[in-house]
Design a protein around this ligand. Structure first.
Ligand SMILES: Cc1cc2nc3c(=O)[nH]c(=O)nc-3n(C[C@H](O)[C@H](O)[C@H](O)COP(=O)(O)O)c2cc1C
Length: 207
């Protein structure tokens, strides 16, 4: 698949069939992730693949409980309190697979390295007609000592990207994007470089 097509086609999928994802397919996603750039080619990313439904249920329940404790610090506490208190709400949407990308050690840029690997993984999934969604809701709990122990992660590691994977039952429609905020500095002017409507760009003016 053309890369730009994959970029445009990727959606946060929250509705999955229970069809398992093969180990071969998961290995391909992880191989694509491993080709992401990393600072000083450190490649700090560790991939933990969870397909145990009971463990996923447990992580979902613990994450909800953990987040409810700190709910007042969240951006929309009322909305999140209702969602996280709902016993029907499963933070992984019952996806058959969770791949947790964690940074080994505490080196500078290891979180950025893992985020880049996560994007590669999500784009490679599009190519295989698989759905993915980054589940930030799991990050807080998984970064506690109990969360680390649940996945057998070393205490020094840091969970960066919990990504669910599965065969989509439905794919959501496009989610709107803000017009890119671009500052042009130098002699490359939008009117020369770009045939699209210049008014479509948000620009920052300098004082
Ligand atoms: C860091 C990060 C955390 C996210 N956490 C969640 C989450 O906990 N639950 C969820 O349903 N979606 C989560 N998402 C998915 C976003 O809501 C989604 O990417 C965004 O609404 C844009 O939709 P799109 O991915 O379909 O373009 C997260 C995405 C990112 C990048």
């Amino acid at each position: 698949m053309n890369l730009l097509t994959a970029i445009r086609k990727r959606r946060a999928v929250r509705d999955y069939t229970q069809q398992p994802v093969s180990a071969a397919a998961l290995r391909e996603l992880i191989a694509a992730a491993s080709w992401a750039p990393s600072a000083m080619n450190d490649q700090p990313c560790h991939f933990t693949v969870v397909t145990d439904a009971a463990l996923l249920d447990e992580i979902s329940a613990c994450s909800k409980k953990w987040m409810l404790k700190g709910i007042s610090a969240m951006p929309r506490p009322g909305h999140f309190r209702d969602l996280l208190s709902d016993p029907e709400f499963h933070i992984f949407y019952h996806a058959p697979v969770l791949i947790v990308l964690s940074a080994l050690g505490d080196r500078q840029w290891s979180a950025e390295d893992c985020a880049l690997a996560a994007q590669n993984l999500m784009l490679a999934a599009v190519d295989q007609d698989l759905g993915t969604c980054w589940i930030g809701f799991a990050q807080g709990w998984l970064n506690t000592e109990e969360g680390h122990d649940m996945l057998g992660l070393p205490r020094s590691s840091r969970v960066v990207a919990p990504i669910i994977v599965g065969h989509p039952k439905t794919v959501p429609p496009d989610v709107s994007r803000k017009t890119p905020l671009i500052t042009w500095i130098g002699n490359i002017a939008p009117s020369i470089d770009d045939n699209s409507d210049p008014s479509a760009h948000r620009t920052l003016s300098h004082p």
